[in-house]
Design a protein around this ligand. Structure first.
Ligand code: AMP
Ligand code: GLY
Length: 429
């Protein structure tokens, strides 16, 4: 098979790597890719958003399977377009992708299917929004309805912060059309978990859980980022709790959407808050998470390509998914200044010194120049390591990171630290 992976982040490098291990795959292309994807795939210089050029390329190269990493092409309808032309494309339709493209659409569906989520109200008028905030009190959460590259959510701890958030989105229009309407929702407290589900619209399989670390600095300080690290599986997500999440979240969503005429295919990502009152949904995404995927896929023993084909063909009911029981911890190495202003073009040293057996380097913002690998983005790469316990996996990943350096490199030192420190003794390696 010829496979085309779309995207250029750490998630896409992990996808290319996992797909390259499938016995069904002969050749992988990645558009546009990075210096890491070029180790397992041929990079093609077409942006992930350029659906027409991607289509021409897929037709020319007789691509048998297209795997879409980021949300933008999904929301733009890449699956509908390619499927219509007879190209097998893994992911949800444009209609189903509304679950990520519009927080209001997603909240309304949750309400309809009785899926637990933060209580909410929507606003287009700043004064009304502010009156509601006064009534509700703080902390409170303000979200732009549309896609805002992870920046459209503001957790306000004071009334002033909440009002500023309303002004930023509704008055200053910081997110343009994506912020024409806002959702104001109840603040939820607890541990977060990301649950990835692969679905064929009818049957589904739930992947092992993971946790993303969204803030830039240790102890969850600093601004929100795309994610600074992730570990899998999440210590708190027991088999029973996962069953509960299946019953209360996954099954009602997939079934409800089907009743509403939406066959949900591809990955459904549920961001869950494990509150004292049980699991509640923070958001749905319609794709693999980044950086969660980099810690989840190394643990997957099953052939991912077979699962993706089953999702497209509607045969997931015949499949199972197997996991390496060892936890994996992944840490993002970012450029100094990220998520604010940062420099590119710094040479990355020490990559060859990393022990590759039980650890992985998944590139994100990197490119090759004159035989060297240089930085080319805010999140530069992910280092992931296995261990017999979370504590061991942490030790391993940070030991590998010590080999790597580039000017102004920054990373969090506390990825999975809380989980490692509460691990039951018996599970320690
Ligand atoms: P979202 O993109 O909706 O997942 O929001 C990004 C991050 O904001 C989440 O991962 C949470 O850390 C935080 N967040 C979102 N909604 C809430 C909420 N209702 N209560 C507390 N934190 C939230
Ligand atoms: N890690 C969060 C996301 O992929 O949206």
């Amino acid at each position: 098979m010829n496979v085309l992976v779309i995207g250029s982040g750490g998630r896409e490098h992990a996808l290319c790597w996992k797909i390259s291990r499938s016995t069904h795959v002969k050749k992988i292309y990645c558009a546009p890719g990075n210096a890491g994807t070029s180790q397992v795939a041929e990079n093609i210089n077409i942006p992930a958003e350029d659906l027409q050029r991607l289509l021409v390329f897929a037709q020319e190269k007789k691509i048998d399977l297209v795997v879409v990493g980021p949300e933008i092409p999904l929301v733009a309808g890449i699956v509908d377009l390619f499927t219509e032309k007879g190209i097998k494309t893994f992911g949800p339709s444009k209609k189903a992708a509304q679950l990520e493209a519009s927080k209001i659409f997603s909240k309304e569906k949750m309400k309809k299917y009785k899926v637990e989520t933060a209580s909410f109200k929507t606003f287009t008028d700043a004064d009304q929004a502010k009156r509601y905030i006064k009534q509700q009190g703080v902390p409170i959460v303000i979200k732009a309805d549309g896609l805002a590259a992870g920046k459209g959510v503001i957790v306000a701890l004071t009334e002033q912060q909440a009002e500023e958030a309303v002004d930023l989105v509704l008055v200053q229009k910081a997110f343009g059309q994506a912020g024409k309407t806002i959702v104001i929702e109840e603040f939820l407290e607890g541990e977060e978990a990301s649950i990835l589900v692969i679905s064929d619209g009818d049957e589904y399989l739930i992947f092992d859980s993971s946790q993303d670390f969204k803030r830039a600095l240790d102890n969850d300080k600093g601004p929100n980022t795309g994610g600074m690290g992730a570990y899998s599986p999440v210590r708190e997500i027991t088999k029973e709790l996962l069953k509960d999440i299946e019953k209360k979240v996954v099954s009602p969503m997939i079934k409800g959407l089907r009743k509403d005429g939406i066959t949900y295919k591809g990955i459904l990502y549920a961001g869950i808050m494990l509150t004292k009152k049980g699991p509640k949904v923070l958001e749905f995404n319609v794709r693999f998470g980044d950086p969660e995927t980099q810690s989840v896929l190394p643990r997957m023993k099953t052939d991912l390509v077979e699962l993706m084909l089953s999702s497209i063909e509607g045969t997931l009911g015949t499949k199972t998914v197997e996991w390496d029981p060892r936890p994996a911890v992944g840490v993002v190495l970012a450029a100094g200044g990220y998520p604010g202003k940062y420099e590119k073009g710094k040479e990355i040293n020490g990559l060859n010194a990393v022990e590759k057996k039980d650890s992985f380097i998944f590139h994100a913002g990197t490119k090759e120049k004159d035989g060297k690998i240089i930085t080319n983005g805010g999140r530069v790469m992910n280092v992931v390591a296995f261990g017999d316990s979370i504590k061991k996996a942490r030790e391993n990943v940070y030991k590998e990171i010590d080999n790597i350096s580039f000017e102004n490199m920054q990373y969090r030192k506390d990825i999975a630290l809380r989980a490692a420190s509460c691990e039951p003794r018996a599970s320690r390696g």
